[in-house]
Design a protein around this ligand. Structure first.
Ligand code: AMP
Length: 441
């Protein structure tokens, strides 16, 4: 079947997700919640404030900042013309939008640096495959307004810390891209080197040589590996200040016990990076020969020129983005028990309509007193409710019946031996806590 008719067939089917888009089902969501909570706890403690930018921005924002020749802008953006004929784009990354917000809200007037984090969906028209989706999520950190090596190091330290807390062993692959000037000089040397080897390169790299030669260094095609081995290296061509900066960042990492590897092939895909560039890789690739680009959990670096490019005052900055799907895939592999669910201890059952109406407030009383309770407010009949309680493995079922409602009492059923006791309903939380404590003994 020709591709176009295959496509339109899928698009007409109302019960099919678009290619590369995924649902996050409730079981899966447990991991997401836990990861977001973990990031929030750590980042709050380190003085980062969470913020959200719109999912949609004007296309010019990304063209101006990421570079027209970057893969993201040249072939991966979800762009369209809206009803006012403005070209808009579903954000393919966070940093450009955050930099725009920094300028638009005059955040340069706040104490510097401004430390921000964001969490949410991004969109890239990638070819869907393992580890590559068209809608994916990132956890993004930015320190805006500091040129200090400590800022780069703080971001990397936090990246390693967050991974560690999620049970992942990672290695930081780090490089320096130097200043825009030293990079221009280096690119001349690099182009010269590769020109002589052009016929050995893959088709993509032949084209990159003209428009984005730095990307030759992170090509994963077998044909391009041999020429890469002897290629001139960025770190040998750094300007003096960038060299000093890089050494200091590494010293911070040494002192902070962050495991890193100097990797001359980390170049990042976007135009705005300068000096530090890094990626976070799992320490042990999950399968032999897996490509680094496929397994990088996150990446980032310094972007001192970005805010000026957007018309702001010169503002040095550094940032990082984790791919949440990839990170959670690794977490599930490394720590299958990461989201062990806490089981309910008590089930709330009720008999009759009047008791049913009371059950919301009773449930809330138990919840507020810290007793992990379950109920099914839609189920009629005591038998069905007790079966459910049994299935959940609770220690006690609380039964609120018509008679007990009038007496101001309530029944506590021990699920182990079926014994039932009638207690004062006003003291139900205390009575349950007493009995639960005995069960634990
Ligand atoms: P980048 O913004 O390209 O540096 O990507 C940072 C991280 O986001 C990567 O290391 C991946 O973990 C994740 N990522 C990037 N693109 C995709 C994608 N298409 N699908 C899933 N995750 C992605």
């Amino acid at each position: 079947m020709p591709e176009s008719s295959e496509k339109s067939k899928k698009a007409k089917n109302a019960v099919a997700r678009p290619r590369g888009f995924y649902d996050i089902l409730p079981e899966e969501n447990e991991y997401w919640r836990k990861f977001h909570g973990l990031a929030e706890e750590i980042l709050l403690a380190y003085g980062f404030a969470e913020m959200a930018t719109p999912i949609l921005e004007y296309t010019s924002l990304f063209k101006r900042t990421l570079g027209e020749t970057s893969d993201v802008v040249s072939k991966e953006m979800f762009s369209f013309t809206d009803r006012s004929r403005d070209s808009v784009t579903l954000r393919p990354e966070f940093t450009a939008g955050i930099a725009r917000a920094y300028i638009e809200h005059g955040m340069f007037n706040r104490p510097q640096p401004v430390k921000l984090w964001s969490f949410g969906p991004l969109f890239r028209y990638d070819r869907p495959q393992a580890g590559r989706q068209r809608q994916f999520h990132q956890l993004d950190l930015e320190i805006i307004g500091s040129s200090q090596p400590a800022a780069d190091a703080e971001i990397i330290f936090l990246a390693a810390l967050i991974c560690g807390r999620a049970g992942l062993e990672v290695s930081v692959q780090i490089n320096s891209l130097g200043s825009p000037e030293s990079r221009r000089e280096y690119l001349k040397i690099l182009k010269e080197y590769y020109r002589a080897k052009k016929r050995f390169l893959c088709d993509d790299c032949k084209e990159r040589l003209g428009r984005n030669p730095l990307r030759l260094l992170d090509c994963k095609q077998p044909a391009c590996q041999e020429p890469k081995k002897d290629s001139p290296q960025l770190v040998d061509n750094l300007d003096e200040e960038s060299k000093q900066h890089f050494v200091k960042v590494l010293e911070y990492l040494d002192e902070s016990e962050v495991p890193y590897v100097l990797n001359p092939y980390i170049v990042r895909g976007l135009d705005y990076y300068n000096r530090t560039a890094f990626e976070i890789w799992p320490a042990v690739p999950s399968s032999a020969g897996e490509e680094a680009a496929q397994i990088a959990l996150g990446g980032g670096g310094r972007y001192d020129g970005l805010i000026e490019t957007l018309g702001g005052r010169p503002t040095p900055a550094a940032g990082l983005a984790f791919g949440v799907e990839r990170l959670l895939t690794e977490v599930k592999r490394a720590r299958p028990d990461w989201v062990a669910k806490e089981k309910p201890k008590v089930f709330l059952a009720r008999l009759g309509e009047e008791a049913a109406k009371r059950s919301f407030l009773l449930f809330e009383k138990l919840r507020a007193s810290g007793i992990k309770t379950a109920a099914n407010f839609a189920k009629e009949g005591l038998k069905a409710q007790l079966e459910l309680a049994d299935k959940l493995g609770v220690a006690f079922t609380v039964i609120l019946g018509q008679k007990e409602l009038l007496d101001g009492t309530i029944i506590i059923r021990d699920m182990e031996n079926g014994m039932q006791e009638v207690v004062d309903s006003a003291k139900i939380d205390e009575e349950l806590k007493k009995r639960l404590a005995k069960k634990i003994d």
